[in-house]
Design a protein around this ligand. Sequence first.
Ligand code: IMP
Ligand code: ZN
Length: 372
Amino acid sequence: MDGAGDAAGEDMKAWCRAHPKIELHAHLNGSIRESTLLELAKDLGEKGVIVFEDVEHIITKSGRSLPECFILFDLFHVIATDHNSVTRITREVVEDFAAENVVYLELRTTPKNNESKGMTKRSYMKAVLDGLSAVDTVELVSSPFGKQCDNSAKSSMPFCNRGCGAQRKRICVRLLLSIDRRETTAAAMETVNLALELRDSGVVGIDLSGNPLIGKWQTFLPALTYAREKGLPVTIHCGEVPNKEEVNAILDFCPDRIGHACFLDEDDWQKLKASKIPIEICLTSNCKTNCVPSIKDHHFVDLYSIDHPMILCTDDPGLFSTSVSNEYYLAASTFELSKSEMHHLAFIAVDSIFADDGVKHLLEEIFESYEE
Ligand code: IMP
Ligand code: ZN
């Protein structure tokens, strides 16, 4: 790239970071700070829980292979058995998203049971909520959760996204509870019941995730159907591996959103396009996990050409060494989108959030008033 090209690239990068953004597909423990992961892993090594040297080089290297990513997933599960660590990770993750001008975050996490650590799904979620309460370098909008965003919050938004004012960054956070594909129907149902119990604490929906090679759709369907009956929106990881039968069943279920949508047959594509179900697009994640051959060959291109609702997301920014701003820049530079097109893409994400209309109106105001 020549000098002018470099300058244009840098300008777009800065623009993507400064622009308000909505993140709808981020896994809590996959968003852990690298420095925190290193520190907590070292601590576990000293306690003899893990062999630190086995993971140190994977944590510190920049380009991780897929098998190395799965080693880190296992490590996340060990780290997440400590309530204090869960609280710390939650606080830091929210602060990190706010720092790059994410104004609305739907953070998803899998409530975990671990008898030996005295952890129940409920106590795990209390640790997450404690992390939200502990956020102090940025301001949580509508905190404590459960209240509608009020006028005082409204009048002070949009806030300084360009780092030029005294106001602190503000972020509105909502939670999705994930059902892990390793779980039974009863365990999935327990997660939905917990989500219903925590509705007043900011839980707005249910996710189905975990290793796509494990578990059967029929196992999770009763809990997902129950969530829907109770008015909880549902998002589902769909088509991470070729599995025609499951993709068909997911599309028939018609979730409120789906994640990824990588391995779909032509008839499923037609069904998905006709459904207009919003898709959470995770460019870096899809490339690193070999779900797409390259970013330029991503199905984003086809879907963008027909105006299918899409939201640019990170999936696991800690695991994949990315950020929402970086995902925006990747889309802008790879698909040659202008600032005005990127602004539109960021703005229409408001339509796909699971929070109430009060939050939607606040976000609309932020995007409407943002000068490109
Ligand atoms: P947590 O739910 O906060 O512990 O976040 C990490 C968990 O999210 C992982 O253990 C997986 O179950 C799930 N997860 C993260 N990334 C992916 C993905 O790309 N596909 C499916 N599941 C994922
Ligand atoms: Zn995911």
